[in-house]
Ligand binder design. Structure first.
Ligand SMILES: O=C(O)CCC(=O)C(=O)O
Ligand SMILES: [Fe+2]
Length: 353
């Protein structure tokens, strides 16, 4: 297999498959394997799918959306009380313009970032491991419970998917889950404001996600994904589905069989919220192509990478407050950090000018 054949395989997808994962959550092993086969096909041929039958109660979805609306409706000074630049483990409020894969083209969105809750006396937190720690919950009565409840429900579906992806790669369901005990899995509450100039505006720039995979809850259309021919394909909005896409870590583990598909948000003509949960493995996990796939493909297409370092390195390169800390010498890029956008079709198209 080569990068070129990879592109050809993805070239003709024009739509995003829909997969009912109900049997993965409650079926017997054969039923789970049947879902896993569909997951594997989508991961190899598209890198994206719409997941239905996930069992997340619509009231949890609505609770999350309601709390996000309340949070973002607050005055800027109140939101800035939880400014992400006040913390050392990358949590909190991200104002418009703070984040962008391309520093000359900032995203027009705001966000509130939280992640897997770890107490401040956890050994990895005490050791100062980047990205780990407690969440700086806003002082907004009634916010925490519904947001945390959504996190927990989506995280459990993520664990089932992780098992399904392992099956799809010929392993036991527990294979990758051994590496998921206190992952830096982030839930972002994102607000794309109404923008009358939407045709030309960028909601969020083209990128791949840095973790294993992402479960995304959007409230409106706007998400586009890049096929192997470099065309942007719309992800239709469905309020019963979560959008799932492969991230960098599963691309590496699968030696490129699964593709971290580039995506972006455009055409934000209406106010839009979205809630990605980036399903990660533990910070210290060294992710390398599975040996049997290296053998089958004749070579490893990726060097090994420490999962948390990759996530932290990409984050440093895309947030202003971290770029500034880097420039002041307060933090350093982890060893072997990859350039932003070096994986997925976006990376491949970059390689061929
Ligand atoms: O808002 C969306 O639909 C996608 C957001 C996204 O791709 C991301 O935050 O990585
Ligand atoms: Fe993304």
């Amino acid at each position: 297999m080569s990068q070129a054949s990879n592109d050809l395989r993805l070239a003709d997808f024009q739509a995003i498959p829909v997969i009912d994962i109900g049997d993965l959550l409650s079926g017997d092993l054969n039923a789970r394997k049947a879902v896993a086969e569909q997951l594997g096909r989508a991961a190899r041929e598209v890198g994206f799918f719409q997941m239905v039958g996930h069992g997340i109660n619509p009231s949890l979805r609505q609770g999350l959306i309601n709390q996000a609306k309340r949070f973002f409706a607050q005055p800027t000074e109140t939101k800035m009380e939880r400014y992400i630049g006040l913390y050392h483990h990358h949590r909190g409020y991200v104002p418009p313009g703070e984040e962008s894969p391309d520093p000359n083209n900032p995203d027009m969105k705001e966000a509130f970032d939280l992640a897997f809750e770890l107490p401040s006396d956890d050994p990895d937190v005490l050791a100062g491991t980047a990205l780990l720690g407690p969440n700086p919950w806003p002082a907004l009565e009634g916010f925490r419970q519904p947001v945390a409840a959504y996190y927990d429900a989506a995280y459990q579906v993520g664990r089932a998917l992780m098992g399904g992806f392992a099956l799809a790669l010929g392993h036991e369901e527990s294979h990758f889950l051994h590496h998921v005990t206190k992952p830096p899995s982030q839930l972002r509450l994102i607000h794309y404001p109404y923008n009358p100039d939407a045709e030309d505006a960028q909601g969020i720039g083209a990128h791949t996600d840095y973790e294993c995979f992402t479960l995304l809850l959007p409230t409106a259309p706007g998400l586009e994904v890049m096929n192997g021919a470099g065309e942007w394909i719309d992800v239709p909005f469905r309020d019963d589905a979560l959008v799932v896409n492969i991230g960098d870590m599963l691309e590496i583990w699968s030696n490129g069989e699964f593709v971290a598909t580039s995506h972006r948000v455009r055409k934000v003509k209406e106010e839009r919220y979205s809630f990605p949960l980036f399903f990660a493995c533990d910070y210290h996990t060294v992710v390398a192509p599975l040996p049997e796939l290296v053998k089958r493909h004749g070579q490893a297409f990726y060097p090994p990478l420490k999962a948390g370092d990759h996530l932290y390195a990409q984050t440093i390169q895309t947030f202003n407050y971290l770029r500034e800390r880097l420039a002041r010498g307060e933090i350093a890029l982890p060893d072997g950090a990859r350039e932003v956008g070096s994986l997925g079709q976006h990376g491949k198209h970059k390689e061929t000018p």
